[in-house]
Design a binder for this molecule. Structure first.
Ligand SMILES: C[S@@+](CC[C@H](N)C(=O)[O-])C[C@H]1O[C@@H](n2cnc3c(N)ncnc32)[C@H](O)[C@@H]1O
Length: 423
């Protein structure tokens, strides 16, 4: 195993390489084999810094330090970032483009991002393509180095990178360098955290990284869902339980009008205005400090309602009622989109998960009370059948409220989960 040179030796001279590996790739030898086509055989591994895209799932070691998903601590000492296959788990979308572009921006002149990609034969295995990279980065050089089993895709920094980033419509490049300011603002807002900068989890930085990650992820999924359903143009969106407003502002940056409905007041009164200012989405964001159950007077006015990890924060027994209420707020044809981390056999050993998470079946039955057709995507934005969705840890689901003339009367009864689980 390579040693953690950064803590024991002086920094090696020359630029560093950031390698983003999925946490299941725990052996550095495998990582080095994988990156050999890019870095060459004589590459000095002391110049590598390893980053896991799923920090919180990984036990940190000297070699693998969580970077808080892919929200990386890159700076001008790096000149190359290598992303092993799907190690930045975002649907291929403008949101992914914004992350890749922000990396180039952080590393600066002369930098490049390499992406490992399988030779596309099975569409369910494909990820980002060279055509997408070229469309996100018209000012940059984009090329492709194919070898036997895969392609290596490369995007190089350009002096006009900023204009490419602006066109992508994401708040991430604007917020990526403002973590400290975000932390100060939250401390001033009496963020209920004892030592907010101390650790990754339960810290301000952890909150930033976690919510930002899911906002980008959900942005990517929403693009795929609306494309698949033939919807385009600006939408009126309600982000239920939107917390600090990352998703709300991300959707506003894509041109939508978004409202953050959040029951914790300081998040709406103090944090959201900072977010709007920092991300320049004035006029397209509202905040409402209320419980979802108290929202009135906006029936049939919304194009989309998002629950980004927030459906399970609502009392389990109230979920059916909350979904029915959400459906009333939607225009006919409007969409409910949600992202949840699911209860799987692998994580069911932790008894708390039974209370906190849905099984795919349970979630499916709830969503079918709105429309029998539920649309699922996996974490990379590939469409999945309801059966395939039962195997996914993170899933995105969308249901469409039926147009008036075909409005669906649910016949599915949602069983009482607590009773079901205890029996
Ligand atoms: C798990 S957090 C998810 C936050 C946000 N969607 C994100 O991913 O960053 C759930 C949020 O929902 C809010 N919440 C819980 N129940 C709610 C309700 N009934 N009405 C409005 N907000 C609620 C909580 O205050 C919390 O901020």
């Amino acid at each position: 195993m390579p040693q953690d040179q950064s803590s024991t030796n002086p920094s090696p001279s020359g630029p560093l390489t950031a390698v983003y590996a999925h946490n299941s790739t725990s052996d550095p030898k495998i990582v080095h084999q994988a990156i050999a086509p890019i870095v060459g055989k004589g590459f000095d591994t002391a110049r590598c810094r390893y980053l896991s895209s799923w920090g919180h799932l990984l036990t940190p070691t000297a070699e693998y330090r969580p970077c808080g998903h892919y929200l990386s601590p890159l700076d001008a000492s790096f000149k190359r970032a290598i992303i092993l296959r799907s190690a930045i788990p975002l649907p291929a979308s403008d949101a992914l483009g914004a992350v890749l572009g922000a990396m180039l921006d952080q590393m600066g002149e002369g930098s490049e991002v390499w992406i490992e990609s399988p030779k596309a034969s099975n569409p369910a295995n494909t990820w980002v393509t060279i055509e997408q990279l070229a469309s996100w980065f018209p000012s940059c050089q984009v090329d492709d180095q194919p070898n036997k089993a895969k392609h290596w895709l490369r995007v190089s920094w350009s002096p006009q990178l900023q204009s490419d980033l602006d066109a992508l419509g994401s708040i991430y490049p604007k917020l990526a360098g403002r973590l400290d300011e975000f932390a100060e603002m939250l401390e001033d807002s009496e963020h209920p955290c004892e030592d907010p900068k101390k650790s990754f989890t339960n810290s301000i930085i952890g909150s930033f990284v976690y919510s930002m990650h899911w906002a980008l992820h959900t942005h990517g999924a929403i693009k795929k869902i609306t494309q698949a359903m033939g919807q385009s143009g600006p939408m009126k969106i309600l982000d239920i339980g939107g917390s600090y407003g990352f998703l709300t502002c991300e959707l506003a940056a894509c041109g939508h009008h978004a409202t953050n409905l959040e029951m914790i007041e300081y998040r709406i009164d103090q944090v959201l205005p900072w977010m709007v200012e920092a991300t320049g989405v004035h006029g397209r964001v509202d905040g409402v400090a209320k419980r979802m159950e108290e929202l009135e007077g906006i029936e049939e006015s919304l194009d989309m309602i998002c629950f980004m990890g927030s459906l399970l924060c609502i009392d389990r027994d109230d979920v059916s009622g909350v979904l029915a209420r959400a459906s009333k707020l939607l225009k006919p044809g409007g969409l409910i989109v949600l992202r949840e981390n699911m209860l799987l056999p692998e994580n069911a050993a932790n008894a708390a998960n039974h209370e906190e998470r849905f099984t795919a079946d349970e979630l499916h039955r709830h969503l079918q009370t709105i429309n029998p057709d539920v649309f699922y995507l996996d974490h990379l934005g590939h469409q999945r059948t309801p059966e395939e969705a039962t195997k996914l840890w993170t899933l995105f689901a969308a249901v469409q409220k039926q147009p008036k003339h075909t409005q669906y009367q649910p016949t599915v009864t949602v069983p009482n989960t607590k009773q079901e689980m205890s029996s």
